[in-house]
Ligand binder design. Sequence first.
Ligand SMILES: Cc1cc2nc3c(=O)[nH]c(=O)nc-3n(C[C@H](O)[C@H](O)[C@H](O)COP(=O)(O)OP(=O)(O)OC[C@H]3O[C@@H](n4cnc5c(N)ncnc54)[C@H](O)[C@@H]3O)c2cc1C
Length: 669
Amino acid sequence: MDSALERLQTLSCHLESNDTASLIQSVRTAATADWRLPVLDADKVDKLKEVLLGHPKPEEQVRETKQKLYELMKDPIFRPHPYANVPEQRDLTLKRLKMVASLGILKMGEVAEQFKRFVAFQESLVLSDMSLAVKSSVQWGLFAGSIVFLGTDKHKKYYQDTDCLNILGCFALTELGHGSNVKGVETLAEYDHSTREFVIHTPNDSAQKMWIGNAGQHGTYATVFANLVVKGENHGLHPFLVQIRDPKTGQTLAGVTCADCGPKMGLNGVDNGRIWFNRVRIPYDNLLNRFGDVNKKGEYTTMIKNPNVRQNSMLEALIGGRVTVSSMALNASKLGLTIAVRYALQRRQFGNPEELLIDYLSHQRRLFPLIAATYAYQISVHYVISRFSNRTEKDARDVFLLACGFKAASTWHRSDTLQICREACGGFGFAASSRIGIYKSDADVDLTYEGDNTVLMQAVAKALLVEFKSYFTGTKAITGMLSYTYSKGHIGIFLRNKNFFVKRLHTESHLLDAEMLLDAFIYREFKLLRQLVKSLRTKVKNEKMSGAKAWNSCLDLVHKLAISYVERVTIEKFLEEIQKSDEGIKPILSLLCILFALTKIEGDMGWFLSNKYFAPVKAQAIENAINKVCGALREHALPLVNAFDIPEHLISAPIAGDYVAHFSDPKNY
Ligand SMILES: Cc1cc2nc3c(=O)[nH]c(=O)nc-3n(C[C@H](O)[C@H](O)[C@H](O)COP(=O)(O)OP(=O)(O)OC[C@H]3O[C@@H](n4cnc5c(N)ncnc54)[C@H](O)[C@@H]3O)c2cc1C
């Protein structure tokens, strides 16, 4: 058979989701003999797709939103343009955004009630281009979201113009001097009762708004966070709607100065900019007054007296942005993995006959844990989405904690995944046409915006400490994150006998039992929690450190604890998902869950060994078990990424198809 034909045949059977049987006939490593699962047929792939779509099954509207966008993105304007310079990328992104808006499928008035649909909308745009997705999330997530969640009925008049892009909005919180520490924001909004106006002012250069999406070029309005001063008293941060440009001329309005943030390491389709305000007067109604207002007598009024609590409530109302970023990051990971796995299933190097890349253990070790983690985090993020969608005042803190934790975990996972996928594709991983490298630099800012990950981890640990304390002081019933572990009696057992867990992982079969592995995560989390409490207490009481200093000197523990919390919740949610899933896919989901748990344990083996949770011999057994699970997953790699359900026209990388045929045309790149 002519070699091109042979290649095509091999490739087509790899890429056909309905026909994975021939794939299994290819190479199968001996190590997998005892761990083999039946082939994942099309029906099982469909069931995996359902798992990745979340529970309850998304309503028709959510599916429709995706389908409409996928259809729209067949238009040639959505094809990658790797030669475009920065101004061209910005123009292209705006044109694409206008086409998306013209579909009229997203109404900002529905963002609150139909959060799942908004997430699906954003996830779908990611598959086309990160700049498009981010510009859209600035418009409908940050700007529109600030009006919906921080404004009141009188602000509904902005909805229609925002939906059809007559208004292009910015969300202006960060300043040159302060990013993570939003309490340090210095912009002022002084109330002038004589004219019933607010005067927005940048008191010094460190108070210039910085990194603001849409502010560099296209934005006409901004939600500006400024300190509200009424009768000389500063009431802290409040959001104000400020027009910054004339939509017809594109010129900035009197008193407003905008500048560009310049080219970035990625995401150059988004015009990030800086803004200064020179005593800009805005009408009374432009205060987004859900959390604080000024009454007719010119006095400040609020339902939340404590300024810290008020500011936190305001920012927590916008927490949906973090949840959306998590989902977007997972879609970027899915795209990278789909491309890398398809390439590994056709690229051969070394041997006689040459081996497929996918058959190298090192390749399996690099890619398969990432596939497992993508499933794991997707299941958890669906849990966060549903908690967010149904949140009440009572569980707002729990939802905040979940949103912060999973935003950090999903974006760190995205970053690792794209880096490893890029390396797994060798030189082609570096080609713009392969898309992975472009996503790597375009998406990288998700580690920083919507809350810097390292700083978010501190918020998670603080919330865990509060929960821990309330449990022991009896001021709070066990709820939220502790409920599962409590209901299993783990806390109580742990406190009575800290050796309870240690003796459990003796036999190799236990290493294949995800429930057993969960114990290791519970043990680590509570040990770290107790260690942190003890350490803080010692530093404050015995060493007379200030609270802040003691906290800073424990940041290694803080970080570890927050990660442990996220990983424990992830395994719990995965196990719950397996319990309710169809019998046919339980074994494959269990393998993925085990691989996730084992690789996380392996990554932190130093801690488990030094805390004597595992004997050294067990560490070796865990490495062997990971190799075996990877071997067992080899024949399922393609169906597992097929279940990510990315439409063919949005995968679009030559290396995800017959790249030799593609590169046989000198015009192609
Ligand atoms: C492309 C892009 C788009 C953006 N879009 C917007 C937008 O539309 N609107 C908007 O308002 N903002 C936007 N931002 C700003 C973004 O939200 C901030 O960059 C982010 O909040 C971090 O703030 P910072 O840059 O000042 O970093 P810093 O807060 O100065 O942090 C720098 C480093 O110090 C560490 N650090 C900070 N504090 C602590 C601490 N207490 N303990 C330990 N470590 C700490 C951080 O982990 C980080 O590694 C955007 C940023 C970028 C790059």
